[in-house]
Design a protein around this ligand. Structure first.
Ligand code: FPP
Length: 236
């Protein structure tokens, strides 16, 4: 990629198409997820190398609980394995790890592993890797509204002071800048309840490539396309 290509500060990805990847090979859907976890590793490494500062990956939505029990169980196992096996690599690569989403519905052992990994990597300074887990943007916004009501009741916040800047501090992403580029794999043209507030001025890039096939060269292509866009943020 040419040197003058600007690297987005924050890339968010809707990792879609694992099931279709498996179906094309006459394999059960879970094989697609397993292969998708390999793309997670490759794209994370590529972001570190390119100097991307934030990478947010949509791993499990608040709606994904509607999937068959076996698939949910497998996805949770995959996440646990990821947390067990990747911790060393995260530390070695100076990556800060964070999870956004509603933790209430997650199993105790997964919550514990998430908290440990967040703590162990909190001072790391290269990429911040954010996994959206049991994440839904509407749920995040409702949660923010409830927290705001609580703070008004206990005197920490005056209702006349609510502004965009105050509101965003109540979202799961409070310390994270808005994404510059949102990538969705597998060709679907929708947002699926992902970062609705945060993507107000984000550039969207949809590719037909299925997530397990999405590798470093595909990320480069997305960044190249991003560089062709003229971002005006509502100005002229
Ligand atoms: C969407 O494909 C993918 C998911 C809902 C799960 C994403 C999970 C991973 C990539 C693996 C593990 C993640 C980490 C962070 C280790 P789909 O199943 O909706 O595919 P389809 O639309 O083709 O059916």
């Amino acid at each position: 990629m040419k040197k003058k290509n600007k690297i987005p500060n924050h890339i968010a990805i809707i990792m879609d198409g694992n099931g279709r990847w498996a179906k094309k090979r006459n394999l059960p859907r879970i094989f697609g997820h397993k292969e998708g976890a390999k793309s997670v590793r490759e794209i994370t490494q590529a972001c570190v190398k390119l100097g991307v500062r934030y990478l947010t990956l949509y791993a499990f939505s608040t709606e994904n609980w509607k999937r068959p029990k076996n698939e949910i169980k497998f996805l949770m196992r995959l996440l646990k394995e990821y947390l067990n096996n990747e911790r060393k690599t995260l530390i070695k690569n100076n990556i800060r790890f964070k999870v956004i989403g509603n933790r209430n519905k997650l199993a105790r052992d997964i919550i514990k592993k998430i908290e440990e990994t967040e703590e162990l990597t909190q001072k790391n300074t290269s990429l911040t890797l954010i996994i959206a887990l049991n994440y839904g943007s509407r749920d995040e916004i409702i949660n923010a509204v409830n927290e705001i009501i609580k703070d008004i009741k206990n005197g920490k916040l005056v209702k006349e002071k609510i502004s965009e800047n105050i509101f965003k501090n109540y979202l799961y992403t409070k310390d994270i800048p808005d994404p510059d580029l949102l990538i969705r794999t597998s060709g679907e043209m929708r947002i699926s309840n992902f970062l609705l507030w945060q993507i107000a001025y984000t550039e969207l890039y949809v590719t037909k490539t299925l997530w397990p096939d999405f590798k470093a060269k595909d990320l480069m292509k997305a960044i190249y396309e991003f560089n062709k866009r003229e971002r005006r943020f509502g100005g002229i």
